[in-house]
Structure formats: structure tokens, C-alpha cells
Ligand binder design. Structure first.
Ligand code: URA
Length: 216
């Protein structure tokens, strides 16, 4: 007998505002990851933000803090936003998957990439966040976010940039590199070059909602 795919859909209150969504997400059991993470890490940011940023999943620090992008990747994102002239408190930041997936290695919790099934199971939360915030543009930080939005495996090189007007969520989408991918680069010069490209991508997204913003 075929097992139906796991989904958060029954946990998502219909037509709810962002506070009600966050409260409901705290008890989500839409996939097995709720048993592994410390808590649900829901999106955070300005109501009615023009720009919504979507990452992969909370990391170790985010899992403990209960807030997205507060660890090393978040610090790099903050630096990139500042260089692009974007205020973090003016945007909304979330993840494709709302629980930290990890495996133990000695005393450490090592990040594991979410599966396609886990990304799909969590998508109803992302859809609900988009309905509640009504961003004018979504910025995917990395391919997991892009996979969540487009519903298929994507390659960064194929979709990088934007705006992609054909997004299934009905909001134009930009795709750029995930800050963690920059941190993993082996040399400082490579990191600097990729950070500069990320900043340019963020500027392009900001200009698409406010043409006078963030000149290159
Ligand atoms: N990486 C992500 O994709 N999201 C976070 O919140 C932190 C690190």
C-alpha cells in the first residue's frame, strides 16, 4: 500500500495572519523533523515587507535561538544586506524547512540537507507566509529554497538572478547563492568575490521593488 506523502497542510490555519501561523507552526508534526529539532524556527521580519528571503533550514544556532539566520550564515547575510543598502528589519526572512535536520558527530550536531519529501512537506508554511506577508519579490538563498518555490530540483547556475515572473507562488523570484556556500569556499579571495556577487544580486532584487534603491 502506498504511504501518502507527509505534509504540514493540516496544521496550517486557513487565512491566518503571521502571528497565528507562527503559533500553529510551533506544534507542527507534518514530517519527522519535528522530533529532531529543538523547536520550530518560523520566519521573522516586517509585516508587509516588500522583500522576502528564503533560506534552506535553521542551523544549530537558529534551532537553539528559535530565530532564522542568527548564526554565521546569518551574520554574512546581514553584512551582504548592509552592503546592498537593505535594512534587515525592513524585510522578512524565513526558511524552506522550519526544523533543523542534523545527525550527531561526537558532541556536535552536524547539518544534514533536507530531503525532497521534507521540503515538500513544509511548503504549506511557506505558501501561508507568502499569503500573509504578500511580498513583492521573493529572494531564494540557494537551491533548496528555489526547489521549494519551483517544486523541482534546480541548479543555481540555471536560475541565478531574476526576476523570474513564472513562479508558482505568483510572486516574482530572484535566486542567488546561500551565504553558507560562501563560508564553505576554501580561500578568502573566492569568498570575497562570491560575497560581491551576492551583494549585486541583492541590489538587483531591491531595485526591482524600488528602482531608486541600491544603485550599483
Ligand atoms: N541557513 C539557513 O538556510 N537558514 C538559517 O536560518 C540559517 C542557516
Amino acid at each position: 500500500m502506498r504511504v501518502p506523502p507527509r505534509t504540514a497542510a493540516p496544521h496550517v490555519p486557513p487565512a491566518a495572519g503571521i502571528d497565528a501561523l507562527r503559533a500553529a507552526a510551533a506544534t507542527c508534526k507534518g514530517c519527522e523533523l519535528h522530533a529532531r529539532g529543538t523547536q520550530t524556527v518560523f520566519g521573522q521580519g516586517a509585516r508587509g515587507a516588500a522583500l522576502m528571503f528564503v533560506g534552506e533550514q535553521p542551523g544549530d544556532r537558529e534551532d537553539l535561538a528559535g530565530r532564522p539566520f542568527v548564526g554565521p550564515a546569518g551574520q554574512l547575510l546581514d553584512a551582504a544586506l548592509a552592503r546592498a543598502g537593505i535594512e534587515r528589519r525592513a524585510v522578512y526572512v524565513t526558511n524552506a524547512v522550519k526544523h533543523f535536520k542534523w545527525e550527531p558527530r561526537g558532541p556536535r550536531r552536524i547539518h544534514q540537507a533536507p530531503s525532497a519529501g521534507e521540503i515538500a512537506a513544509c511548503r504549506p508554511w511557506l505558501e501561508a507566509e507568502v499569503r500573509a506577508i504578500q511580498p513583492r519579490v521573493i529572494v531564494c538563498l540557494g537551491v533548496t529554497a528555489a526547489r521549494a518555490i519551483f517544486g523541482r530540483a534546480v541548479r543555481l547556475g540555471d536560475l541565478r538572478g531574476g526576476p523570474h515572473g513564472d513562479s508558482p507562488l505568483g510572486v516574482p523570484v530572484f535566486v542567488t547563492i546561500h551565504p553558507s556556500a560562501i563560508l564553505r569556499l576554501p580561500e578568502r579571495t573566492l569568498q570575497d568575490a562570491e560575497l560581491a556577487r551576492l551583494v549585486e544580486d541583492l541590489r538587483a532584487a531591491a531595485r526591482s521593488v524600488s528602482p531608486e534603491a541600491a544603485p550599483s
